[in-house]
Every structure is written in structure tokens, then in C-alpha cells.
Design a protein around this ligand. Structure first.
Ligand SMILES: [Zn+2]
Length: 527
């Protein structure tokens, strides 16, 4: 559980300027309580448009969704200016007034995770929940609730007005059949904690379980803080032994991975030592050890030659072993990632189709669900990291363009000058051309030329020569380059040229193919 989901304590400062709606932006929940800010600008809260007008005769569910775009929300959030109470940086946060989990089930997880109406400062990283009122409709559980955080400081009358407006906006988007009795009296909550406990309850998670999670994550935090003093760490853990169960070990494992990834070797080693100690001295520890043993055995059975059918047999064997089966199956999928593809999915489906016996089909069907989820998550991760990389490249380009001496910056950070950088540059040039931004085009082109030069310098000499040869149209220059680099010419070089020639001919780029042919002929004569 992240630290932002149970806001305590209001924002420390009144945001200066901007819309003042979510002034309760709070710091970490461990923060001391600071005095409440005075007088909430409630008029703005109540007057804020709660939702866009419903489309004429439109059915919410039938709204078109654009493929590949962000999901459309029945009640889209509004961008609201907030000021970080910690460092004062102003930024825009997305604020939801109404969330309809019937129309937007994808919001359930962010809601449970405390990511709705929460903001994290890009500057200093402190985060908190916003104190804006929020109505959540959960038709699946026949529940309508509204959170009016105490920090919003609404008086009863104002609160009833806000709730009334929200209800009206929600009803306006529901069809007659969708309107139900429970909506007439939305349940009121005054803090995030009890509000979220309600939704966790629908998931079968009790407040006790939530408290357990919270305490466990606090224990891990204090362990990390005590590192590298392994003795002290062990003492703290002993004192809170009741928190140590399977989930605790999982959490500890995640922290361990994160620490090693961040290069915090010493802290990681101390956590590992405490983990080993707890594995050997607690009941939960021995159970976890047994599972790990089982998992090691399972992984040892994977061979480089393992085919998809064989892999399926292996997964199925563990899958049917009960409680630990799922976690072992997930680990096997992770280890043998290359085998878990669409072909594997087809093999699995073929096996399902081949049987009428429900006892054979049932584990296969549930296993397929897991595999589909696994593949989807892997793809999402890939797309996200590509997106992140593109953003990084674009940010670097901005820096270069703003630099007093772009060439110097490009050279200093030449490892960031990549094929992708060139591609991003090219698309920027195209966009600038479309806008007739002559100056920008010129500047981008000069950066492009420098970047190409830097990339060329990074190439092995023969490839660099090839690049230079292909990019010049002057026959005399080609001859001169070939003569000057005679030592680089070889049969492989000529063969490489032939390959290029074929490729460009295949791409119907006959002019370039002809030019390469002429280079090749000249190079052959110099061999
Ligand atoms: Zn900040």
C-alpha cells in the first residue's frame, strides 16, 4: 500500500492563486497534523460544473471509444491547479467529481490503490490525496457513496448542495432502468480511509487485512531505515513477529529487488540477512522456504530445448498442485518468457478443444486465463517502456535545441545520440515543415546534420566510409573517398554494397540502387 492513500492532515498552505478547490493536498500520512487552513472557498466547489451535459438521448454505454486512445470517462476529471504544500511548486492535478464504476470499471483499481484524486509533486515527490468531494457509483455492488473530506470544510448545507448536484449529474447520465432505490440516499464518508475500506470490503478485503498490510509496510520501512545494523533489524522484527507471514516475505522480496536495482548494495545485503534469519526462525518462514524449494525444482526442469507442449505439461502439473500452484506457474512463465507467446496460447486452446471432460478442461481454462493476462501485461510493459524512451529522447532534443551550443551538448552526451534520436528529429522536422516554421526547420536540420556526424563517428571505419559514399552524389567525391580509403576496401565491403543495392532495388529506389552499383564497380576495380 502506498503512502498516499490514507490522507491525514490537511495541506499546509492555502494555494495562492489558481482554482482553490483541492486545497487539502496533504503530505505523507506520517506527517504531523498542521493547523487547518481557514475558510474554504466553497462557493467555487459548489459552482464547479460537476459533469458535462449528457449527449442528447445518448446511452452512456454506447459512446464510441477511440481505439488506442485513453479510455473515455463518463465523467472526465478536470485539471485543477494545486500547489505542493512541501516545496510550493504549482502543478495541475486531475480531479474527479464522479466516478461511475459501471461505465468505467477500469477506474476500480486506481480507486482501490488510492490513485484517484491524489497528486504527486513532480518536483519533490511528496504526494497526497486531494480534499475534493468525490461521488462513486458501484452498480455491481448496488452502492452509491460520496466522500466529503473533512478538510474540504463544507458546512452541512453546502455539503448537501454538493451531494445533490452530483446525484443529479449522475442520474442525468443513467437510463430509467439503471436508476435504483439505493441511489436516492448516497452513503456519506468523511475520510478516505473509511471510504476506501468500503470498496476493499466489496473485494473481500477486511479493514483488519488492510491494517495488516499497512503495518507490514511500516515494518519494512523501519527495517530499511535501520540497515545496515542487522542486530537491531532482527530485534525490531522479533518484536513484531505477528506481522510476519507469506505476504510479508513477498513484500520484503520486492524491497530487496528495488534496493539492488538502485545500487544500494549495503542495505540490500542487510535486508537479505534479516530475511534469511526470519526464514529460518518463523513458521511462515519455513512455509515460504518450502515453496521456494518447490519453485527451484520446477525451474530446474526447464531446459533450453523445452518445447511448448512440454512447457504446458509442466505448468499444468504445478497448476494442479493447489495453493502454491499459481505462484509457481507465474514464476515459470516469467522465467520461460520466450515460450509464453501466442503459439503457446494456441497449443493450450487446442488442448481445451480436444476434450469434453470438464475435469480436464477446467484447469486448462483457468490456466489459459492466467497466460492471457501474463502476455497482455508483458506487452503493456513493452509499450510503456517504449513510450518512456520516446519521451526521454524528446526531452533530450528539447535540451539540445535550447542549448547555447547544441553541438557541444550533443558531443558531451553522444551516447544519447541514437537512431531513435534521429527518428524523433526527423518527425520534428516534418512537423515544423507542415507549420511552415522556417526558423525551426533550419535549426532542427542543423542539429540533424551534427547528430548524423556523431553517429557516423561511432561507426566502424568501413561502415562510416559506406555511409559517406552513399550520401554523396558527386562522382568525383566518390572516387576521391575510395582512393583515400583504399585500405578499407575488401571483398566483404563490396558484398555489403551488393546487398544494399539489392535492397534498394527491392524497395523500388532505383536511383539509389544505381548509385550504389556505380560505387561498387569502382570499388571492385580498386581491390
Ligand atoms: Zn513539492
Amino acid at each position: 500500500m502506498s503512502e498516499i492513500w490514507t490522507p491525514k492532515g490537511p495541506g499546509l498552505q492555502q494555494p495562492a492563486g489558481g482554482i482553490e478547490l483541492p486545497k487539502g493536498f496533504s503530505r505523507k500520512r506520517t506527517e504531523e497534523k498542521k493547523p487547518e487552513p481557514v475558510a474554504a472557498p466553497v462557493e467555487e466547489v459548489a459552482a464547479a460544473p460537476v459533469a458535462p451535459p449528457p449527449p442528447a438521448g445518448g446511452q452512456p454505454a454506447a459512446r464510441p471509444r477511440q481505439a488506442g486512445r485513453r479510455p473515455e470517462f463518463l465523467f472526465p476529471p478536470q485539471g485543477v491547479q494545486v500547489r505542493c504544500p512541501s516545496c510550493g511548486t504549482p502543478f495541475t492535478a486531475a480531479v474527479f467529481s464522479i466516478v461511475d464504476l459501471g461505465a468505467n470499471p477500469e477506474l476500480r483499481e486506481p480507486l482501490l490503490g488510492g490513485q484517484i484524486n491524489a497528486a504527486i509533486c513532480q518536483n519533490c515527490g511528496s504526494g497526497g490525496a486531494l480534499s475534493a468531494p468525490l461521488m462513486v457509483h458501484d452498480p455491481e455492488n448496488e452502492f452509491l457513496g460520496v466522500l466529503v473530506p473533512r478538510q474540504a470544510q463544507l458546512q452541512d448545507m453546502q455539503m448537501q448542495r454538493v451531494i445533490g448536484e452530483m446525484s443529479k449529474a449522475l442520474m442525468g447520465r443513467l437510463s430509467n432502468e439503471q436508476r435504483r432505490g439505493y441511489m436516492l440516499n448516497p452513503k456519506q464518508f468523511f475520510d478516505w480511509e473509511s471510504f476506501l475500506e468500503k470498496f476493499w470490503g466489496f473485494e473481500g478485503v477486511t479493514p483488519e487485512m488492510l491494517r495488516m498490510q499497512r503495518d507490514q509496510s511500516e515494518l519494512v520501512t523501519s527495517l530499511v531505515r535501520l540497515a545496515p545494523d542487522v542486530k537491531a533489524m532482527q530485534m525490531v522484527a522479533e518484536r513484531r513477529k505477528h506481522l510476519i507471514n507469506k505476504d510479508f516475505f513477498a513484500l520484503l522480496g520486492q524491497v530487496l529487488t528495488a534496493l539492488s536495482q538502485q545500487g544500494q548494495k549495503e542495505a540490500a545485503e542487510s535486508i537479505a540477512a534479516v530475511r534469511t534469519h526470519l526464514l529460518n526462525t518463523t513458521e511462515a518462514g519455513s512455509a515460504v522456504k518450502a515453496t521456494e524449494e518447490l519453485l527451484r525444482g520446477a525451474i530446474a526442469r526447464l531446459r533450453p530445448t523445452t518445447g511448448r507442449e512440454e512447457f504446458l505439461d509442466l505448468l499444468l502439473e504445478y497448476w494442479e498442485q493447489g495453493e502454491d500452484g499459481e505462484s509457481i506457474a507465474v514464476s515459470l512463465l516469467t522465467v520461460a518468457r520466450g515460450l509464453a507467446d501466442y503459439q503457446f496460447l494456441l497449443a493450450l486452446t487446442a488442448r481445451i478443444d480436444a476434450s469434453d471432460d470438464p475435469e480436464v478442461r477446467s484447469p486448462l481454462l483457468s490456466l489459459r486465463e492466467l497466460v492471457v493476462e501474463f502476455i497482455q501485461q508483458a506487452q503493456q510493459g513493452q509499450a510503456q517502456s517504449q513510450e518512456a524512451m520516446l519521451q526521454q529522447v524528446q526531452a533530450f532534443l528539447q535540451e539540445v535545441l535550447q542549448a547555447a551550443n547544441p553541438e557541444e551538448m550533443l558531443r558531451e552526451r553522444s551516447d544519447e545520440v541514437s537512431e531513435m534520436f534521429l527518428a524523433v528529429l526527423a518527425s520534428n522536422i516534418e512537423q515544423a515543415q507542415q507549420k511552415n516554421a522556417t526558423f525551426a526547420v533550419k535549426r532542427l536540420r542543423s542539429v540533424y546534420a551534427i547528430a548524423v556526424g556523431i553517429l557516423e563517428e561511432k561507426l566502424p571505419p568501413d561502415l562510416r566510409l559506406l555511409n559517406q559514399l552513399v550520401s554523396t552524389k558527386d562522382e568525383g567525391e566518390v572516387r576521391r573517398l575510395l582512393q583515400a580509403n583504399r585500405t578499407l576496401l575488401s571483398t566483404e565491403f563490396v558484398e555489403g554494397l551488393r546487398g544494399l543495392e539489392d535492397r534498394f532495388r527491392g524497395e523500388k529506389n532505383n536511383e539509389l540502387a544505381a548509385r550504389i552499383k556505380s560505387i561498387r564497380v569502382q570499388a571492385t576495380m580498386l581491390l
